[in-house]
Design a protein around this ligand. Structure first.
Ligand code: DGY
Length: 313
């Protein structure tokens, strides 16, 4: 019987319904990476999340490993090239989370532009003393503004559709031109013209710190940057300086260079940013769909069937 290590319980009862496979769950309180290292030797498959680091060392220890199923669309936590070289199949969960993640990304953009979180705080903290006031809490206009999208993959495309619904002009930069209802432009032109810049790039060695100070300096002083994919695509130190010195106006971030965010991160003290704890795909329905795909990928991989979504190079 195959042995499978499962690092986290998943929404829905897909794991419980697995038959004929020995499911070994991480005991509560044990560090997932340490637990994987301790137990990988006898594992035929692993069902993991984006928190677990699947590096060369772990892959080498996993002498019997046949399938890595990650409960995520991102796979920057896995040494994909090495695993594939060793003949290990890798499953992931794209598509089922695209619309939900785009909803959140668009939502935090609106929250930053219209100062929704700040406003909520003012009301709750009994600081709303002026009543309705013509100059109180003026924000940035979204309809009619220019949305710039970096990366026209699944999420970029879902943002584009939302932006169109809000009557925004949409421009984008991507490695390839796409047949979409938006204007393709060179990167610098997208940086210069965007009122709201959505970073929708996959994270890999080429996109590490893709957004840095030289690029922030090309943006409008009134612009907002929005990131809901991976934190490391933005140089966070540069972003903090750009926000503090008025090089750009604001940010909406669901992802960070370090997660969970350090409690001394300067972003936590800034009013011109909206921060959420990496919850792009966090709805009950979407997380259940991700679980269904991740479990199917695992079972199919072990039984030699095609995975629902497989990473191939
Ligand atoms: C992913 O799946 O990679 C997202 O970041 C979380 O759903």
């Amino acid at each position: 019987m195959y042995n499978v290590l499962v690092t986290h319980d998943l929404p829905g009862n897909y794991i419980d319904s697995i038959n004929g496979i020995n499911i070994i769950r991480r005991p509560e309180g044990e560090d997932a990476n340490a637990w994987l290292l301790k137990n990988i030797e006898n594992a035929d498959g692993i069902l993991i999340t984006l928190n677990e680091k699947i590096d060369k060392n772990l892959i080498d220890l996993g002498k019997k490993l046949k399938v890595i199923s990650t409960y995520s669309v991102g796979y920057d936590h896995i040494d994909v090239d090495y695993a594939l070289k060793k003949g290990i199949k890798i499953g992931y969960t794209p598509e089922v989370l695209t619309e939900t993640t785009a909803d959140l990304i668009f939502g935090i953009m609106l929250a930053a532009a219209r100062r929704i979180v700040e406003g909520d705080k003012i009301v709750r903290e009994d600081k709303w003393k002026s009543g309705w006031n013509p100059e109180f809490m003026l924000g940035a206009e979204v309809h009619g503004a220019t949305a710039g999208i970096l990366g026209m993959g699944r999420i970029g495309n879902a943002i584009l559709r939302r932006a169109r619904g809000f009557n925004m002009d949409v421009i984008y930069y991507s490695r390839h031109k796409h047949d979409v209802d938006a204007k393709f432009m060179p990167l610098d032109d997208v940086l210069r013209n965007s009122d709201f810049l959505f970073v929708c790039l996959d994270y890999n060695k080429d996109t590490y710190h893709f957004m840095d100070m030289p690029k922030f300096k090309k943006m409008k002083k009134t612009a907002f940057i929005i990131n809901g994919t991976r934190g490391k695509v933005i140089n966070e130190k540069d972003l903090i300086s750009a926000l503090n010195s008025g090089i750009i106006a604001g940010a909406a971030l669901d992802v960070f260079e370090t997660e969970p965010i350090d409690n001394n991160n300067p972003l936590l003290k800034m009013n011109n940013v909206v921060l959420t704890p990496h919850i792009g795909s966090a709805t009950d329905n979407t997380r259940k769909k991700m679980a269904e795909v991740a479990v199917s990928n695992l079972i199919n991989g072990l039984s030699g069937k095609p995975l629902i979504y497989e990473i191939k190079k």
